[in-house]
Design a protein around this ligand. Structure first.
Ligand code: FES
Length: 169
Protein backbone atom coordinates (compact mmCIF):
# COMPACT_ATOMS: atom_id res chain seq x y z
CA UNK A 1 0.00 0.00 0.00
CA UNK A 2 1.27 3.46 -0.79
CA UNK A 3 1.26 5.42 2.49
CA UNK A 4 0.44 8.63 0.72
CA UNK A 5 -3.06 7.26 0.22
CA UNK A 6 -3.64 6.33 3.82
CA UNK A 7 -5.00 9.52 5.21
CA UNK A 8 -6.51 11.40 2.40
CA UNK A 9 -9.97 10.44 1.35
CA UNK A 10 -9.09 8.26 -1.55
CA UNK A 11 -10.70 6.69 -4.56
CA UNK A 12 -14.45 6.99 -4.72
CA UNK A 13 -14.78 9.20 -1.62
CA UNK A 14 -12.24 11.74 -2.84
CA UNK A 15 -13.89 11.87 -6.26
CA UNK A 16 -17.31 12.37 -4.68
CA UNK A 17 -16.07 15.18 -2.44
CA UNK A 18 -14.47 16.86 -5.44
CA UNK A 19 -17.68 16.55 -7.36
CA UNK A 20 -19.68 18.13 -4.54
CA UNK A 21 -17.31 21.11 -4.33
CA UNK A 22 -17.34 21.53 -8.11
CA UNK A 23 -21.15 21.45 -8.18
CA UNK A 24 -21.58 24.01 -5.40
CA UNK A 25 -18.80 26.25 -6.72
CA UNK A 26 -20.89 26.67 -9.86
CA UNK A 27 -24.12 27.61 -8.06
CA UNK A 28 -25.24 31.22 -8.32
CA UNK A 29 -26.72 31.16 -4.84
CA UNK A 30 -23.73 29.42 -3.26
CA UNK A 31 -23.57 32.02 -0.48
CA UNK A 32 -27.15 31.27 0.57
CA UNK A 33 -27.09 29.62 3.99
CA UNK A 34 -29.56 26.89 2.99
CA UNK A 35 -27.35 26.01 0.04
CA UNK A 36 -24.24 25.93 2.24
CA UNK A 37 -25.99 23.66 4.75
CA UNK A 38 -26.99 21.33 1.92
CA UNK A 39 -23.38 21.22 0.73
CA UNK A 40 -22.15 20.44 4.26
CA UNK A 41 -24.72 17.65 4.60
CA UNK A 42 -23.57 16.09 1.35
CA UNK A 43 -19.91 16.32 2.37
CA UNK A 44 -20.74 14.71 5.70
CA UNK A 45 -22.65 11.93 4.00
CA UNK A 46 -19.56 11.00 2.01
CA UNK A 47 -16.93 11.50 4.72
CA UNK A 48 -18.88 10.60 7.87
CA UNK A 49 -18.03 13.92 9.59
CA UNK A 50 -16.69 17.35 8.75
CA UNK A 51 -12.93 17.83 9.08
CA UNK A 52 -11.15 21.19 9.40
CA UNK A 53 -9.97 20.70 5.78
CA UNK A 54 -13.51 20.13 4.51
CA UNK A 55 -14.75 23.17 6.44
CA UNK A 56 -12.04 25.30 4.93
CA UNK A 57 -12.76 24.06 1.42
CA UNK A 58 -16.48 24.61 1.97
CA UNK A 59 -15.79 28.22 2.98
CA UNK A 60 -13.68 28.76 -0.14
CA UNK A 61 -16.29 27.12 -2.35
CA UNK A 62 -19.12 29.23 -0.95
CA UNK A 63 -16.86 32.29 -0.77
CA UNK A 64 -17.83 32.96 2.82
CA UNK A 65 -15.74 33.26 6.00
CA UNK A 66 -14.81 30.05 7.79
CA UNK A 67 -16.55 31.44 10.89
CA UNK A 68 -19.91 31.21 9.06
CA UNK A 69 -19.30 27.53 8.29
CA UNK A 70 -18.51 26.90 11.97
CA UNK A 71 -21.62 28.81 13.02
CA UNK A 72 -23.82 26.76 10.69
CA UNK A 73 -22.35 23.51 12.02
CA UNK A 74 -23.12 24.63 15.58
CA UNK A 75 -26.64 25.66 14.55
CA UNK A 76 -27.59 22.41 12.81
CA UNK A 77 -27.24 19.46 15.21
CA UNK A 78 -27.29 17.01 12.30
CA UNK A 79 -23.93 18.41 11.15
CA UNK A 80 -21.01 16.84 12.97
CA UNK A 81 -17.37 17.79 13.27
CA UNK A 82 -14.70 15.19 13.87
CA UNK A 83 -14.26 14.66 17.61
CA UNK A 84 -10.73 13.23 17.57
CA UNK A 85 -8.27 14.38 20.22
CA UNK A 86 -5.01 13.05 18.70
CA UNK A 87 -3.46 13.56 15.31
CA UNK A 88 -0.85 11.09 14.11
CA UNK A 89 1.20 12.21 11.14
CA UNK A 90 3.13 9.49 9.35
CA UNK A 91 5.90 10.45 6.96
CA UNK A 92 5.38 9.27 3.41
CA UNK A 93 8.67 10.69 2.13
CA UNK A 94 11.28 8.62 0.29
CA UNK A 95 13.92 8.57 3.03
CA UNK A 96 11.46 7.25 5.59
CA UNK A 97 10.08 4.79 3.04
CA UNK A 98 13.56 3.32 2.72
CA UNK A 99 13.58 2.73 6.47
CA UNK A 100 10.33 0.75 6.60
CA UNK A 101 8.13 3.83 6.55
CA UNK A 102 5.38 2.01 4.71
CA UNK A 103 5.40 -0.84 7.14
CA UNK A 104 5.29 1.63 10.03
CA UNK A 105 2.27 3.35 8.50
CA UNK A 106 0.54 0.02 8.09
CA UNK A 107 1.21 -0.91 11.70
CA UNK A 108 -0.20 2.41 12.93
CA UNK A 109 -3.24 1.81 10.78
CA UNK A 110 -3.68 -1.73 12.07
CA UNK A 111 -3.05 -0.94 15.74
CA UNK A 112 -5.53 1.92 15.82
CA UNK A 113 -7.97 0.22 13.45
CA UNK A 114 -8.07 3.23 11.18
CA UNK A 115 -11.15 3.32 8.99
CA UNK A 116 -11.60 4.78 5.55
CA UNK A 117 -12.50 8.12 7.14
CA UNK A 118 -8.94 8.10 8.59
CA UNK A 119 -10.24 7.87 12.14
CA UNK A 120 -9.36 5.19 14.65
CA UNK A 121 -12.09 2.74 15.58
CA UNK A 122 -12.70 4.62 18.86
CA UNK A 123 -12.83 7.97 17.08
CA UNK A 124 -10.04 9.53 19.16
CA UNK A 125 -7.21 9.55 16.57
CA UNK A 126 -6.94 11.03 13.12
CA UNK A 127 -4.25 9.58 10.86
CA UNK A 128 -2.59 11.89 8.36
CA UNK A 129 0.40 11.59 6.08
CA UNK A 130 2.96 14.18 5.11
CA UNK A 131 5.47 13.89 2.32
CA UNK A 132 8.63 14.44 4.41
CA UNK A 133 8.63 15.78 7.93
CA UNK A 134 11.94 17.57 7.25
CA UNK A 135 13.75 15.26 9.63
CA UNK A 136 15.20 12.85 7.06
CA UNK A 137 18.45 12.35 8.96
CA UNK A 138 16.54 10.53 11.68
CA UNK A 139 14.26 8.44 9.45
CA UNK A 140 11.93 6.81 9.99
CA UNK A 141 9.81 9.45 11.69
CA UNK A 142 6.26 10.13 12.70
CA UNK A 143 4.52 12.69 14.85
CA UNK A 144 1.94 12.10 17.54
CA UNK A 145 0.25 15.39 18.25
CA UNK A 146 3.24 17.76 18.47
CA UNK A 147 5.84 15.19 19.46
CA UNK A 148 8.29 13.87 16.87
CA UNK A 149 9.31 10.21 17.15
CA UNK A 150 12.54 9.43 15.27
CA UNK A 151 14.64 6.43 14.27
CA UNK A 152 11.55 4.29 14.60
CA UNK A 153 11.65 0.58 13.93
CA UNK A 154 8.38 -1.11 12.99
CA UNK A 155 8.42 -3.36 16.04
CA UNK A 156 8.51 -0.30 18.33
CA UNK A 157 5.33 1.21 16.95
CA UNK A 158 2.70 -0.58 19.11
CA UNK A 159 4.46 0.40 22.35
CA UNK A 160 5.06 3.98 21.22
CA UNK A 161 1.39 4.37 20.36
CA UNK A 162 0.26 2.85 23.61
CA UNK A 163 2.53 5.02 25.73
CA UNK A 164 2.06 8.25 23.81
CA UNK A 165 -1.70 8.04 23.56
CA UNK A 166 -2.28 7.02 27.16
CA UNK A 167 0.16 9.66 28.46
CA UNK A 168 -1.52 12.40 26.46
CA UNK A 169 -5.12 11.59 27.39
S1 FES B 1 11.37 11.51 4.27
FE1 FES B 1 10.60 11.28 6.27
S2 FES B 1 11.37 13.03 7.26
FE2 FES B 1 12.02 13.30 5.23
Amino acid sequence: MNPSTICDPSGAAAAELKEIFAYYAGQRDKKDQDVIVQMLKELQEVNGFLTPELKEQAAQTAEVPLSLISLLIRTYPSLKEAAYTHVITVCSGERCAKKNGRQIAEIVRRELRIGKNNLSADGTCLLKTQNCLKQCRTSANFIIDDVLYSNIKPEQVPDILKQALSAQK
